[in-house]
Design a binder for this molecule. Structure first.
Ligand code: FPP
Length: 249
């Protein structure tokens, strides 16, 4: 990577660098509807969704946003038709294989969070490889939530902590927010400052339930494959207008 490539780009008009979110999370909704509008099968929407995600990752890196987290597959998404689930698993695997070299070159650190053991073994292998090869990269932290559910994440943290109490390694009064966070899938990753959800849905849908306690939420009617730099600029301008009080006055 040349020194030039690591330089941040100028921000588009109206954005202040000091007010940028450090961590942006996205719920990439509307791939199926996008495809339907184009008269294409749903899976074409997911393919277009990957391109939108790649563009957003590059944009975050160019503008100096330190972390991006994307909700790629929820624990509820297994209920989709089998052929769509199979397509998504193969797509994740293919994208990882194709993009790993570029991520290494661009100094991107990729991490996966969720119940990864339930994913197809070939995908698990691709995930392990990509995480190992990019673990020391620092230009941006890219987290992909796959087979992720916020409630399940909290339950598995409770179980792990309860187990330590049972073994006498921990006293109940030692359980605090910091300790709890260390048992979440996202341990070591800062909470998102901004969550963007596309296609107009106004729900968290079991995404980052603990981590979004104080995060700002931005909803756009744009469908995920249409979410481009202009849309992202709009979201960041709206975010910079917000007054974040974290419970104070
Ligand atoms: C939601 O749209 C989208 C998904 C469930 C899949 C998103 C996954 C990607 C874009 C691929 C990411 C890949 C990697 C490797 C990070 P929807 O199907 O719910 O759309 P609809 O609401 O219009 O039906």
């Amino acid at each position: 990577m040349t020194a030039q490539q690591t330089e941040l780009q100028d921000l588009p008009p109206g954005l202040k660098r000091e007010l940028l979110p450090k961590h942006v999370a996205v719920i990439m909704d509307g791939n199926g509807r996008w495809a339907k509008r184009q008269g294409k099968p749903r899976i074409m929407g997911h393919k277009a969704g990957v391109d939108a995600l790649k563009d957003l990752l590059r944009c975050c890196k160019d503008w100096g946003i330190q972390a991006l987290t994307a909700y790629a597959f929820s624990t509820e998404n297994w209920k989709r038709p089998q052929e769509e689930v199979d397509f998504l698993m193969t797509l994740f695997q293919r994208v990882l294989r194709q993009e790993l070299r570029e991520m290494v070159k661009e100094n991107v650190q990729i991490r996966f969070v969720g119940n990864l053991q339930a994913l197809p073994p070939v995908l698990q292998a691709e995930i392990s490889r990509s995480m190992a090869e990019t673990q020391d990269n620092r230009s941006i932290r890219f987290t992909v939530a796959t087979n992720y559910g916020g409630r399940q994440e909290i339950i598995q943290a409770c179980r792990a902590i309860a187990d330590q109490v049972k073994q006498g390694l921990l006293q109940p009064n030692e359980i605090d927010e910091e300790l709890f966070e260390r048992h979440l899938y996202t341990a070591g990753i800062s909470d998102p400052d901004l969550l963007i959800r596309t296609s107009g849905e106004m729900r968290l849908s079991n995404f980052l339930l603990w981590q979004m306690a104080y995060g700002e939420i931005y909803i756009t009617d744009a469908l995920w494959p249409d979410f481009d730099r202009t849309e992202f600029h709009r979201a960041l301008c709206a975010y910079q207008q917000r007054e974040r009080r974290f419970g104070s006055v």
